[in-house]
Design a protein. Structure first.
Length: 500
């Protein structure tokens, strides 16, 4: 049987390839130069596929709905926790604002204490081994003998660390439960408060304690040791600093202490100056000998620590708080810079009450206090001030104990004026329970106030010190909540931006 002849319709593989190239080649070539967005010709929009699609495949990634749902769920959890923190912040803010023992802050300076709190936070974190935070607590007889300040110091040093009672005068006429002081040799004492002109110096170099001691013999020995009721942290110290004013002669100041000491030479000069001893460990007593420095002005001796909180008790019996500006501003500007305080507390107003008979006297007194605020803000412009208003005080009216007639008016005027001048305010009257609370403090068992219906007992002063400390710590907790919320908000926003 004969084989069939090949048909003309049969196509060889090579002819198929050539035919494909002739048809597809021009299209691919056209597509290489064709605009990616297409071309409009004769009213028709023409598009050609991109050749890269054939080479690399389709590069579009479609949404994974399950992964997207999981992402949205995680975002919701993150944001819910943030809103939960804000709810906690709002609730805590409301608690602080409604608390009877609260700190009022200026409307325009709600962050007034943040600088102090920044440093407390550093102390808690342990990041800075040489950070000292100093609080200078000025006040009248309610705080003398280290009352109220002692509780503030105890609470803050327990929380943030620190040692020592802080600034002490060369001569201490008022006994203190925290420190026992002794003095040998002849000295002169000058103070800015009180009515006795014998205690006034012929100059204005009173320093930050508004008092000074002058060495008046060839040898004066100053001693300090633990008091009968000193908290653990305040009954010891690891650094001693002496603030010096004018000096008329050259001599030596010698320290004898169980953990350090030595002599430091000083020369005649106008001052101010400072001597410092950093001890190798904590000590509970010290002896300072002032040798051949007759005429030397001693403006304060600070028993403290290099790190942690220091609280100075600067009580001035009979003072109404209107004397700060009588001290030399240039000298105090330099001395405050040396001490570098983080908070100034002023507790005044009680001594004016018996003389407050009308609104005119009240307004004049408030104006005098505001001039002292201006003075302090001029010599220490970066240091916040907390004014502690008067406590409740009672007088007799028709045989009954009632709050002084203008006490509420004075409290309101002080609070409003201080806030308007950038000063925080703590209301002792409210903290005690309000007007007419002093009789309850007197009659409490054990008594919180004495029978003059003006002054606290030691237990009452302790209670007030605790309330002031707790008020500061509540504001610190509020600060920490705000810092945490801001941090988590920023982290949530950053995480959101990364994913979207």
């Amino acid at each position: 049987m004969a084989k069939p002849e090949p048909s003309d319709a049969s196509v060889s593989p090579w002819r198929s390839v050539v035919l494909l190239l002739l048809v597809v080649g021009p299209l691919v070539a056209a597509a290489l130069f064709w605009p990616k967005d297409g071309l409009r010709l004769a009213g028709i929009h023409w598009e050609l596929p991109n050749p890269e699609t054939f080479v690399y495949g389709d590069s579009i990634e479609y949404v994974d709905l399950e992964a997207q749902a999981e992402k949205e769920r995680q975002d919701s959890i993150r944001m819910s926790s943030l809103f939960g923190l804000k709810d906690s912040l709002d609730a805590y803010q409301a608690l602080c604002d409604s608390h009877p023992a609260r700190i009022y802050l200026p409307k325009s300076r709600k962050d007034l204490l943040f600088g102090l709190f920044d440093r407390w936070k550093l102390l808690e974190s342990g990041e800075d081994s040489s950070l000292q935070v100093r609080i200078m607590h000025y006040g009248d007889s309610q705080i003398e003998g280290d009352r109220i300040s002692n509780e503030l110091r105890r609470g803050l040093q327990t929380r943030f660390g620190g040692l020592g009672p802080g600034l002490l005068p060369l001569e201490q006429p008022i006994g203190s439960a925290t420190v026992a002081q002794g003095l040998e040799g002849k000295t002169l004492r000058y103070i800015l408060w009180g009515s006795n002109p014998e205690f006034r110096a012929e100059h204005r170099r009173y320093g930050p304690m508004l008092s000074l001691g002058v060495i008046d013999s060839s040898l004066v020995v100053w001693r300090a040791s633990k008091g009968y009721d000193a908290p653990y942290s305040a009954d010891r110290f690891s650094r001693i600093r002496i603030l010096l004013g004018q000096n008329d002669s050259s001599g030596v100041v010698r320290l004898v202490c169980s953990t350090g000491g030595g002599a430091k030479e000083i020369s005649a000069g106008p001052g101010p100056d400072m001597l410092r001893w950093d001890l190798s460990g904590a000590a509970q007593s010290a002896e300072l000998s002032f040798e051949n420095v007759q005429g030397l002005e001693v403006l304060g001796i600070s028993l403290e620590s290099r790190r942690g909180v220091v609280v100075d008790n600067l009580g001035m019996r009979g003072c109404s708080g209107t004397i700060f500006s009588q001290a030399d501003a240039n000298q105090n500007r330099r001395l405050f810079s040396m001490l570098d305080p983080d908070l100034i507390m002023l507790a005044f107003g009680g001594n004016i009450m018996p003389y407050l008979t009308d609104d005119q006297i009240k307004d004049r007194y408030v104006g005098q206090l505001l001039s002292q605020i201006s003075y302090l803000q001029s010599i220490a412009p970066e240091v916040p001030i907390l004014f502690i208003g008067p406590s409740d005080m009672s007088t007799l009216k028709e045989g009954k104990r009632v709050s002084f007639p203008l006490l509420a008016s004075l409290r309101n005027a002080l609070r409003d004026s201080m806030l308007a001048h950038g000063v925080a305010y703590f209301d002792q009257i409210s903290a005690m329970g309000g007007l007419q609370s002093m009789p309850s403090w007197v009659e409490a068992e054990p008594a919180l106030a004495v029978s003059d219906y003006i002054h606290f007992t030691r237990l009452g002063a302790q209670k007030m010190g605790e309330m002031i400390t707790e008020a500061l710590l509540r504001e610190y907790t509020l600060y920490l909540l705000k810092q945490r919320m801001l941090k988590e908000r920023d982290e949530a926003i950053e995480e959101f931006e990364v994913h979207y």
